[in-house]
Design a protein around this ligand. Structure first.
Ligand code: ZN
Length: 247
């Protein structure tokens, strides 16, 4: 169960009926991988740590640059030039000392042997290549993948469980040759929009830890607040989760 200190720390969250003691215990036991410590990854990591998710592994290979600061709210001018993932891990450790936080300054492809330990994978990069790498792992090893993205004022959250007959994988919806990874650099992005998608992503992760995966795809315009939530159909000839996919 929870210690007296944990009961006090999370006392407000424990009152939420969807969480309760059992849910909070599940959060404390959960192992979550977050790839990308940018404008979305920062709030995902912050809110999962502050919600009591017990084990977070953060992955990024970038250094902190000036143009990161308006969106990546855990970073400051004093961090310029430092390893982004190291800075985020240091700040979260100060804020949430009970959380086991691992910082991996590198590429996700180099960590493939460690991915089996996680309950859920979160793609918070702006790289379609990374998203599809994680999607293939998700399908082959039956680990849920939450894909998060934001361009302009719009964001998308896609919960992929492509190994299931009733759930699409990321490849069923997002082509591998998509040019979205150039989206933010070319089209720009509003700072609070990425923050909103990150915070909503943290809620989706907490739901998933409790076995509640919700709708496959949510598209939200954070400016107008127009939103659509839809189920995504499996592509019969999907190269990742379809019958012709490599085993
Ligand atoms: Zn698929």
């Amino acid at each position: 169960m929870l210690s007296d200190q944990q009961l006090f720390r999370f006392s407000r969250q424990l009152l939420v009926p969807q969480v309760d003691l059992i849910g909070q215990r599940a959060f404390l036991d959960a192992k979550v991988l977050i790839v990308g410590m940018g404008g979305i990854g920062n709030p995902v990591a912050l809110y999962l740590a502050s919600s009591g998710v017990g084990h977070l592994t953060l992955v990024d290979y970038d250094q902190v640059e000036l143009h990161n600061l308006p969106r990546q709210v855990l970073l400051t001018d004093a961090d310029l030039g430092r390893s982004k993932v190291t800075v985020v891990a240091e700040k979260l450790t100060l804020q949430c000392p009970d959380v086991d936080i691992q910082a991996c300054d590198g590429r996700i492809e180099d960590l493939i042997d460690t991915l089996g330990q996680f309950d859920i994978l979160v793609d918070a990069t702006d790289s379609v290549t990374v998203a599809h790498f994680l999607n293939r792992y998700s399908v082959q090893h039956h680990v849920p993948l939450l894909y998060l993205s934001a361009i302009g004022t719009e964001g998308r959250l896609f919960m992929a469980r492509g190994w299931r007959d009733d759930s699409a994988c990321l490849g069923c919806w997002l082509p591998e040759l998509s040019d979205q990874n150039e989206g933010c650099e070319r089209l720009g992005v509003l700072s609070p929009s990425v923050g909103t998608i990150g915070v909503l992503g943290a809620v989706q992760v907490l739901r998933a830890v409790l076995g509640d995966y919700g709708t496959d795809l949510v598209c939200l315009d954070t400016w107008s607040l127009n939103q659509i939530s839809v189920s995504v159909s499996c592509l019969a000839d999907c190269r990742v989760c379809g019958p012709s996919a490599p085993g």
